[in-house]
Design a binder for this molecule. Structure first.
Ligand code: ATP
Ligand code: MG
Length: 1062
C-alpha cells in the first residue's frame, strides 16, 4: 500500500512560509533558523524554494533521495530542491511547458551548487542510452571547464562564479536531453590584472602552474612558481581544500569529454600563459626631443617569450605599447604613450585577451553541446547569476549586477502574480487585486533609453570633449534629481544636502532590496572598455589562429571608425534578451541564502540572514503569495487528509471528492469567507484555517488512535483468552488419550505375560511328549538298522567270496594266455632275425664276389673315363645352352647369359669378349668407304672433345660436312674460291669479336691444309690469311657455346689472339 505523506507531516517549524502564522520578519527568521538547526536547509514559499547553504555535505542528495522525490507531487514530501527539479522536469515532459529555473542569492549562498544539483537530478531521472548519456555527460562536464576559467577564490566564496550563466537544456518529446546552449554574462575581467586582498585570480592560472607537467610548462615558457607572475596575488594563492593540480587534470578531462581538440586545448593554455607573461611587462620612461616622455618596455625577455608563444612580431607589439594611432576623418595621428598609459594599455589588453578567451570557450562549448536534432525542443533554462550585491564600496560592476537583479525581481513578481491570476481564472475564483511594490520604476531609472542612468553614461562616454566620472555624476544630478529612487548630494536642491552618509562622488539608488551607494569612480572607463586599436591590430597580426579569431576588429581591411558598443549597452541588451527568453517560460525559483560569513557549518548569523531575506524580497514574496489564498489543495488529497473530521465522510465517502469536501467544511462550520471552491482545488484564505483543520485532524487522529488502540487491545485479550481455551481442550484431549494409551498398554502387557506363561507350559508339555515319541521311533529305527546291517553284511560276505573266486579264475587264465603269447613272440622275433642275417650275408657274399671279379678292370680306366665323361657332358650342356641364349647382334647390347658353373668363369668371360668382337666386326663389315671416313672423323673428334666440351654429346649425331657454305656451287663465293688454290677443308660463317670494343662482326671462315682464311661475308674479300704454322694453338670453351680462339705465335704480335664464334 502506498503511504500518503504530505508536506504538513512531521514538519519542523513550517515547511512552507506561506503557512507562517503570525507572519513577521522575526517569525520568518526564527522558522528558517529552527529548520536550519535540524538540517532542513530547504523551505518553500509556495512554489519558491529557499535554500540555506549548509557549508557541509548532507546525506540528502543520494540516489535513494532521487528515487524518493521522483514523480511525486511538489507538496507531497518535505521541501527539497529535488522536488522543484522534479516538478519542473515533469511539467516540461508531460505538459510540454518550457521551464526556467532562476537561482539567485549573494555570493557564496550556493547558487552554483544548486544549479548543479538541479542538472544532476534531471540527468538522473531522464532517459538513458548511449547517445543520451553522452549528451548528459557533455552538459555536466561543461561546468568544470567554465568554473576553471570563470571562477575564483574571493573572501566570500572559495569557488565564486565571476560571471553570470544561463544554460538552456533542450529535450526531445520523450524528455531525453538533446543538448544545450550556454549564455554568459559580464565576466569580472578586472580580476585578471588585480585582485582584492585575500582573493586570487581565476582558478585556471593556479591550476596550470600546479598541475601542468614540466614539459608542458617548458613549452608554455612558464615556471612553476606563482611569485614569478605579477598578476597572481600571493597572499591566498593556495586555498585549503582546493587541489589545483588535481583540478587541472579534471578540467583537461572535462574539456576532452566536451569535445575540445588537443590543439585547441594547447592554444587556450598558450593564451593563459600569454596573459601571465603580459602581467610581467614593465615600462620605463624615455625622454623625447619635444620634452614628452615616451614609454619603453623595460625587460624584453617576457615580451619576447610572449610574442613567441602567440606568434606576434615583437617590434609590432613593442610599438603598440609606445604609440597610439588615432584615426579621425581619413587622418591618422600617432601620439606617444607615457608609462601610465602603457600600463593601462597592458592591463586592458590582458583583460580583453582573457575575457574574449572566456567568451570563445563558451561559444566552443556551445558548438559541442548544441542539439543535433531538428525536431521541436522543450527547453529547461537554468540561470545561475550573481545575486544582489551591497558592499561598502560599490562600483560599476555592482551597479550592473543589481540592475540585472532588479529585472529578475520584476519578472518574478510579474510571473508569480500572473501564475496566481491564471490559477484563479483556471479554477473559476474571483480575482482580487493584490497590493505589492512594483520595481518597474527602478528598472526604468536605470534602463530608460532617454534619461536612464545607463543611457546617460553612454551619452557621456560618446561625447566629445573632456569626459570624467564627475561630469557623468553632474549629468545624473541634473537629470535624475527628482527621481524618488535616486539620491545624490551634489544637487543644490537636493534634500540629501546634509546627508553625510552620502559622499560627494557617489550616488545612491533605492533598490527594491535596499539602498545601495555607488562610487562613480571608474564608471566611464569601465563602460568604455577601450582597447587601443594598435593593440588589437597587433593581436590580429599574430600567427596564432585563436588570437586572430579573438580580435577581428584588428583586421585593417575592416577598419571601423564607429566606436564599439559600451559595456553597459551590451549588458542591457543581453539582459533584455534574457528577460524576453525567461518570460516565455514557466519560472521556478530557488532563493539561496548564506547563513554566515565564516563559510562554516552550523552557524546561523541572524543579522546576515535578515539582510538577505530583505534584499531577496522574501517577505514580499510571502505576502504576494498570501494576498489571495494562502493555501490550496486538490479535492482528492484534501478529502483524504481530513475525511476523519466528519461522520459523513468517515471512513469512506462514496460521491465526488468536491462534494465530500463541501460536506466536510459545512460540518466543521468553517466561515464561508475563509475558503473558496475552485474547479479542482479548494482555496484556503488564511493559514489559521488550515492550522485549525490540522489541529482538528491531529486531535481526531489521536481519538482514532485511542479507538484503534482500544479495539486492538480488546481484540488482543479476547483472542488470547480464546486461544488459551482452545489450548486447554487440546491439552486435556491429548492427556486423556495419553492416559488411556498407557492403561491399555499395561493390560496388554499383562495379558501377553499370562498368555506367554500358559503357552510356554503347554509347549513344554507337548515337547516332552514329542521327545518321548521321537526317542521310541529312534530306538525302533536303531534296532531295525542293526538287523538290516547284520543281514547286509552276511550277504556282502557271500558276494565277496563269489567275486574273489571269479577273479582268481580270470587272473590265472590271463597269466596263462600271456605266457603263451610271449613265447610265440619270442619265436617270431628269432625267425625274423635269422632271415635278415641270411640276406645280409648273401649281399656281402655277392659284393665280395663282384669285387673280386672286376677289381682288375676298374682300377686301370674307369675313374678317368667317368670323370671325362662327366666333364664332357657338362661342357656340352653349357655350350648348347649358350647357343640358344645368345644376345642380339647390336654392338651396344650389353646383355650376356648368366654363368652356370664357377669353374667356367674365365671361359664365360672370354666367350663374351670374343662374341662382342665378332659382332663388332660383323657390324663394321657393312660400312661403305665414305661412312668409314666419317666415323674415323667422329672418332678423332671424340678423342678431342668427349667429356671436355658440353656441346659434344649433341654434335655426335651430326655429320661433319666441312664446306658448309658450298663454296664451289655458290656463285656468291666463286671469286673467293677461285682465289684459293688449295682444297677447302672447312668453310662456315663465324663472328669475329673485336678486341677493342667486344662487338662481333660476321666473317667467312675458311680452313685449308696450309692456312686459315677470314673473308668478308658480304663481299667475299679475304680479310686475313694465316698460315697454319703461325698458329700456336686453337682453344675452345668447355661450355655449350660456339666460341673458339686462335692463338698466334709471337710473329703476328698484333693478332696475338683472334676470338671467334659460330
Ligand atoms: N547544498 C549544499 N551542500 C553542501 N555545501 C554547499 C551547498 N551549497 C553550497 N555549498 C558550499 O558553499 C560553497 C559556495 O557555494 P556556491 O559556489 O554554489 O555559491 P554561489 O552562490 O554560486 O556563489 P558565487 O555567487 O560566488 O558564485 C560551495 O563551494 C560549497 O562548499
Ligand atoms: Mg557560483
Amino acid at each position: 500500500m502506498e503511504v500518503k505523506t504530505s508536506l504538513l507531516d512531521n514538519m519542523i517549524g513550517v515547511g512552507d512560509m506561506v503557512l507562517l502564522e503570525p507572519l513577521s520578519e522575526d517569525s520568518f527568521l526564527e522558522n528558517l533558523k529552527k529548520r536550519f538547526d535540524h538540517n532542513e536547509i530547504y523551505t518553500y514559499i509556495g512554489s519558491v524554494v529557499i535554500s540555506l547553504n549548509p557549508y557541509r555535505s548532507l546525506p540528502i542528495y543520494t540516489p535513494d533521495k532521487v528515487e524518493e522525490y521522483r514523480n511525486r507531487n511538489f507538496y507531497e514530501l518535505s521541501p527539497h530542491i529535488y522536488a522543484l527539479a522534479d516538478e519542473a522536469y515533469r511539467s516540461l515532459r508531460d505538459q510540454d511547458k518550457d521551464q526556467c529555473i532562476l537561482i539567485t542569492g549573494e555570493s557564496g549562498a550556493g547558487k552554483t551548487e544548486a544549479s548543479k544539483l538541479v542538472m544532476s537530478y534531471v540527468a538522473a531521472v531522464c532517459g538513458k542510452g548511449q547517445e543520451v548519456n553522452k549528451v548528459k555527460e557533455q552538459l555536466l562536464q561543461s561546468n568544470p571547464v567554465l568554473e576553471a576559467f570563470g571562477n575564483a577564490k574571493t573572501v566570500r566564496n572559495d569557488n565564486s562564479s565571476r560571471f553570470g550563466k544561463y544554460m538552456d537544456i533542450e529535450f526531445d518529446f520523450k524528455g531525453d536531453p538533446l543538448g544545450g546552449v550556454i549564455s554568459n554574462y559580464l565576466l569580472e575581467k578586472s580580476r585578471v590584472v588585480k585582485q582584492p586582498r585575500g582573493e586570487r585570480n581565476f582558478h585556471i592560472f593556479y591550476q596550470l602552474l600546479s598541475g601542468a607537467s614540466d614539459d608542458m610548462l617548458k613549452k608554455l615558457k612558464l615556471e612553476r612558481d606563482f611569485s614569478k607572475y605579477n598578476y597572481l596575488s600571493l597572499d591566498s594563492a593556495t586555498v585549503s581544500g582546493l587541489d589545483d593540480a588535481a583540478n587541472f587534470r579534471t578540467v583537461r578531462n572535462a574539456m576532452q569529454i566536451v569535445g575540445f581538440m588537443e590543439d585547441e586545448m594547447q592554444s587556450v593554455l598558450e593564451l593563459v600563459a600569454a596573459v601571465l607573461k603580459l602581467g610581467n611587462l614593465d615600462f620605463k620612461p624615455e625622454s623625447r626631443c619635444n620634452g614628452m616622455d615616451e614609454s619603453r618596455v623595460k625587460d624584453k625577455n617576457d615580451l619576447k617569450e610572449m610574442c613567441e608563444l602567440l606568434g606576434i612580431e615583437q617590434s609590432v607589439l613593442e610599438r603598440a605599447f609606445s604609440y597610439r594611432t588615432v584615426e579621425a576623418k581619413m587622418e591618422k595621428v600617432s601620439t606617444t604613450l607615457n608609462v601610465a598609459q602603457a600600463y593601462y594599455a597592458r592591463d586592458a589588453l590582458a583583460k580583453n585577451l582573457y575575457s574574449r578567451l572566456f567568451s570563445w570557450l563558451v561559444t566552443r562549448i556551445n558548438e559541442s553541446i548544441r542539439a543535433q536534432a531538428k525536431t521541436r525542443h522543450k527547453v529547461m533554462g537554468v540561470l545561475d547569476i550573481y545575486g544582489f550585491e551591497i558592499f561598502e564600496d560599490n562600483s560599476f560592476e555592482q551597479f550592473i549586477i543589481n540592475y540585472c537583479n532588479e529585472k529578475l525581481q520584476q519578472i518574478f513578481i510579474e510571473l508569480t502574480l500572473r501564475e496566481e491570476q491564471e490559477e484563479y481564472v483556471r479554477e473559476g475564483i474571483e480575482w482580487t487585486n493584490i497590493e505589492y511594490f512594483n520595481n518597474a520604476v527602478i528598472c526604468d531609472l536605470i534602463e530608460n533609453n532617454q534619461n536612464g542612468i545607463l543611457a546617460m553614461l553612454d551619452e557621456e562616454c560618446l561625447r566629445p570633449g573632456t569626459v570624467t566620472d564627475e561630469t557623468f555624476l553632474d549629468k545624473l544630478n541634473t537629470i535624475c534629481a527628482e527621481h524618488q529612487h535616486f539620491e545624490s548630494r551634489l544637487n543644490k536642491n537636493s534634500k540629501f544636502l546634509n546627508d553625510h552618509s552620502l559622499p560627494h562622488n557617489c550616488f545612491r539608488i533605492q533598490h527594491y532590496a535596499g539602498k545601495v551607494l555607488y562610487r562613480v569612480e571608474g564608471f566611464v572607463d569601465k563602460n568604455n572598455d577601450l582597447l587601443y586599436r594598435d593593440l588589437s591590430q597587433a593581436m590580429y597580426k599574430a600567427n596564432h589562429s585563436l588570437i586572430k579569431q579573438l580580435f577581428p576588429e584588428g583586421n585593417p581591411a575592416k577598419v571601423n571608425l564607429k566606436r564599439p558598443p559600451t559595456a553597459g549597452f551590451q549588458f542591457r541588451a543581453s539582459v533584455g534578451t534574457l528577460m524576453g527568453n525567461l518570460q516565455t517560460k514557466n519560472p521556478n525559483y530557488i532563493r539561496c541564502i548564506k547563513p554566515n560569513d565564516k563559510k562554516a557549518a552550523h552557524i546561523f548569523t541572524d543579522s546576515l540572514v535578515r539582510h538577505q531575506v530583505r534584499y531577496l524580497g522574501l517577505m514580499e514574496n510571502v505576502r504576494v503569495r498570501r494576498a489571495g489564498y494562502a493555501f490550496r489543495q486538490a479535492y482528492e488529497p484534501c478529502l483524504e487528509r481530513y475525511k476523519m473530521l466528519c461522520k459523513n465522510t468517515w471512513p469512506h465517502w462514496k460521491g465526488p471528492a468536491r462534494q465530500g469536501v463541501e460536506v466536510l467544511m459545512t460540518d466543521l462550520q468553517v466561515p464561508a469567507e475563509e475558503f473558496a471552491y475552485g474547479r479542482s482545488k479548494i482555496f484556503i484564505r488564511n493559514p489559521r484555517t488550515l492550522f485549525f483543520l490540522e489541529e482538528k485532524r491531529k486531535q481526531c487522529l489521536e481519538d482514532l488512535a485511542t479507538l484503534i488502540q482500544k479495539i486492538y487491545r480488546g481484540w488482543k485479550c479476547r483472542s488470547h483468552f480464546l486461544l488459551l481455551k482452545k489450548s486447554e481442550i487440546v491439552v486435556a484431549a491429548w492427556y486423556r488419550r495419553y492416559a488411556q494409551q498407557k492403561k491399555y498398554q499395561k493390560i496388554k502387557h499383562s495379558t501377553t505375560v499370562v498368555q506367554s506363561y500358559t503357552r510356554g507350559w503347554q509347549a513344554r508339555k507337548l515337547l516332552r511328549e514329542l521327545k518321548y515319541q521321537k526317542k521310541c521311533e529312534e530306538a525302533v529305527t536303531t534296532i531295525a538298522a542293526f538287523w538290516h546291517g547284520t543281514q547286509a553284511r552276511r550277504e556282502l560276505r557271500k558276494l565277496k567270496e563269489e567275486a574273489r573266486n571269479k577273479h582268481a579264475v580270470s587272473v590265472i587264465w590271463a597269466g596263462w594266455q600271456g605266457t603263451k603269447a610271449r613265447r610265440e613272440l619270442r619265436r617270431l622275433k628269432e625267425e625274423a632275425r635269422r632271415k635278415h642275417a641270411v640276406a645280409v650275408i648273401w649281399a656281402y657274399w655277392q659284393g665280395l664276389k663282384v669285387r673280386r671279379e672286376y677289381r682288375k678292370f676298374f682300377r686301370a680306366n674307369a675313374g678317368r673315363k667317368i670323370y671325362n665323361f662327366t666333364i664332357q657332358r657338362i661342357m656340352q650342356k653349357y655350350f648348347l645352352g649358350l647357343k640358344s641364349n645368345l644376345p642380339s647382334m647390336s654392338p651396344i647390347d650389353k646383355s650376356w647369359p648368366a654363368r652356370p658353373y664357377s669353374f667356367l668363369e674365365g671361359v664365360h668371360a672370354e666367350l663374351r669378349r670374343i662374341f662382342h668382337l665378332w659382332r663388332c666386326k660383323k657390324y663394321r663389315s657393312q660400312f661403305t668407304e665414305e661412312k668409314k671416313a666419317v666415323y674415323e672423323e667422329k672418332l678423332e673428334a671424340s678423342e678431342l672433345f668427349k667429356d671436355k666440351k658440353a656441346l659434344y654429346p649433341s654434335s655426335v649425331s651430326q655429320t661433319f660436312k666441312g664446306d658448309y657454305l658450298e663454296m664451289v656451287k655458290n656463285p656468291k663465293y666463286q671469286k673467293l674460291s677461285s682465289a684459293i688454290d688449295e682444297k677447302i677443308l672447312l668453310a662456315d660463317v663465324v663472328n669475329k669479336i673485336n678486341r677493342a670494343n667486344g662487338k662481333s662482326s660476321p666473317r667467312l671462315f675458311l680452313l685449308t691444309k696450309k692456312s686459315v682464311i677470314l673473308a668478308d661475308q658480304k663481299t667475299g674479300q679475304v680479310k686475313t690469311s694465316l698460315p697454319l704454322p703461325d698458329l700456336s694453338s686453337v682453344s675452345t670453351s668447355t661450355q655449350s657455346d660456339g666460341f673458339f680462339a686462335l692463338k698466334l705465335k709471337e710473329v703476328r704480335r698484333k693478332w696475338f689472339e683472334v676470338y671467334l664464334f659460330f
